[in-house]
Design a protein around this ligand. Structure first.
Ligand code: GLN
Length: 544
């Protein structure tokens, strides 16, 4: 039990996309590696109650926690770096803040008072920030404030930080401000002015940055650091350079070198020691020195944007390191895939992952892809919608049920092998109403899934409304596609596999949400291994 939790706020200035999440996660990693119990929270200034209703084009992947919260993708980074589960309390949006204040108002809890941004909204923000600290589980809570300082919508958050810093007192809270130092190539100069302005904007709200983390493409020399310190009211040691990294997993070591952890701990009057990053560095060595490589096709409809499948891409990095294999992920748009070009687009791949997704667009391309890899013994991994596509493809082409489909795609489908879950039939609201969070699953003894997990009882995170239709289970199993994982309480089929195929597994859940640096997901590890074996077998055939 910790009764004196310290708070670190991470704000952003100058530009968005500077990587506040990675800086927060890296700092947390360094603190955790010195024995401090640390968690990270993200406050998002948009009005959506959570990102669950956002199109991935808008805000990247929606990350799901064990307790079924649909959250910002930064929470994925927090879990991947810290290997500690996050929860609903770790992501709060303006929408959620207002929703709870308005609900309190409707219940009459404000006793006739006028409800205002200050103090009611800021009190709610402060309450949410301290919720994790007051749980007694953490020595340090890092709160990342989304958006950029100066945005209208961030103002209540900055005001809450100002009040909390004051209430908690010196040495109990501090602000790390992440900014950009642009390089003007015409002048061949790094420029500090935008940072000076963003620190000034923060000060206009009564908040003094304690530490500056400066994103830059070139080394910051002493002169620039001195200048930043002088103009921004921070000590020179508190000006931390964050130069572009080749991988996000380098950032903790880079922050260590710059002394971000010791500056923070010193200001919080906490002792610092050498962080134990040995297993982290072991992972990095394996990641950076692959002995072999494989190319895996990621088939989806949001492939233009890296962030849409963030957790899948990171899971491949973790699994690649375990196998000492570089995993090249080739994004393939399912909308432009059909039975005539599928061979051309997939035959060179060592494995194919059909991605999660919603709606009809691009699904026929996914089904054609599954058929091709099933018939050609190419390792296949289907996640959520990808698993559903595998069942549909099998029903159409092996069971000979023409027109088999999911009721998500067609209302009056003749063979609804994928159907809306019973409990979903009465659901009308969109937000937070899917089957979400961690659910138990029991594996079939002797199945591939059992062999891979090495245990019979697992729990994995879900986010879906449709499911394998039990009415077709006997037929599907008799034809050869086995249900190798089932929910013990509801009987819902969570895993399908083809025992006669070198590696063909579809899962209704999202294993990618559980893969971390220190705990890579076994399915991804096994899939990458299978892809590597397949690539070797292809070479042998060519050589023979
Ligand atoms: N659209 C499908 C469903 O709701 C799959 C969801 C997903 O891939 N996350 O069941």
């Amino acid at each position: 039990m910790t009764d004196n939790t310290k708070y670190v706020f991470v704000t952003g200035g100058v530009s968005s996309s500077l990587g506040k999440g990675i800086i927060a996660a890296s700092l947390a990693k360094l603190l955790q590696a010195q024995g401090y119990k640390t968690t990270i929270q993200k406050l998002d200034p948009y009005i959506n109650v959570d990102p669950g209703t956002l199109n991935p084009y808008e805000h990247g992947e929606c990350y799901v926690t064990d307790d079924g919260a649909e959250t910002d993708l930064d929470l994925g980074h927090y879990e991947r770096f810290l290997n500690v589960p996050t929860s609903q309390a770790n992501n709060v949006t303006t929408g959620r803040i207002y929703q709870s204040v308005i609900e309190k108002e409707r219940r009459g809890e404000f006793l006739g008072k006028t409800v205002q941004v200050i103090p009611h909204i800021t009190d709610e923000i402060k309450y949410r920030i301290q919720l994790l600290g007051k749980s007694g589980e953490y020595d340090i809570v890092i709160t990342e404030i989304g958006g950029t300082v100066g945005d209208i919508e961030s103002l209540p958050y900055i005001e809450a930080v100002r009040q909390l810093k004051w209430e908690l007192g010196e040495h109990n809270a501090l602000v790390v401000h992440l900014t950009l130092i642009p390089f003007l190539s015409a002048a061949q100069e790094l420029k500090t002015k935008p940072t000076q302005h963003s620190v000034k904007t923060l000060m206009e709200s009564g908040v003094q940055a304690d530490v500056l983390v400066c994103r830059t493409e070139h080394e910051l020399n002493e002169k620039i650091k001195n200048k930043l310190a002088r103009f921004c009211n921070v000590q020179k040691e508190s000006v931390i350079q964050s130069i572009d990294a080749s991988t996000i997993y380098d950032v903790p070591n880079m922050m260590l070198e710059e002394g971000l952890d010791s500056v923070v701990l010193d200001k919080l009057r906490m002792s610092s020691s050498k962080p134990d990053l040995s297993s982290w560095n072991e992972f990095l060595t394996r990641h950076k020195n692959p002995k072999n490589e494989v190319t895996i096709g990621l088939i989806g409809k949001y492939v233009e944007l890296q962030d849409s499948y963030k957790s899948i891409l990171e899971s491949f990095i973790h699994a690649g390191a375990v196998n000492e294999v570089r995993v090249n992920v080739e994004a393939i748009h399912s909308e432009y895939l059909d039975r005539n070009n599928v061979k051309l687009k997939l035959s060179h791949l060592d494995g194919v992952l059909v991605a999660p997704g919603f709606g009809e667009r691009g699904i026929e391309g996914k089904i054609d892809a599954v058929k091709y890899v099933r018939e050609n013994n190419i390792p296949f991994f289907g996640i959520c919608l990808g698993m559903q596509m595998a069942v549909i493809e099998y029903a159409r082409n092996v069971l000979r049920l023409p027109g088999a489909n999911s009721t998500e795609m067609e209302n009056n489908v003749k063979h609804p092998v994928i159907d809306l879950m019973e409990e979903q039939k009465s659901v009308t609201h969109k937000g937070g109403t899917m089957r979400l969070g961690s659910w138990k699953c029991v594996l079939k003894e002797g199945s591939k899934a059992h062999e891979i997990y090495g245990e019979l009882k697992i729990a994995e995170r879900h986010r879906h409304r449709y499911e394998y239709n039990d009415a077709y289970k006997d037929q599907i199993e008799a034809a050869g596609m086995k249900a190798s994982g089932v929910n013990p309480d509801t009987g819902l089929v969570e895993i399908v596999e083809l025992p006669d195929h070198p590696w063909f597994i579809g899962v209704q859940y999202h294993p990618e949400y559980r893969s971390t640096v220190s705990n890579p997901h076994p399915l991804f590890v096994a899939f990458v291994k299978a892809a590597y074996e397949y690539s070797k077998s292809k070479k042998n055939v060519t050589m023979a």
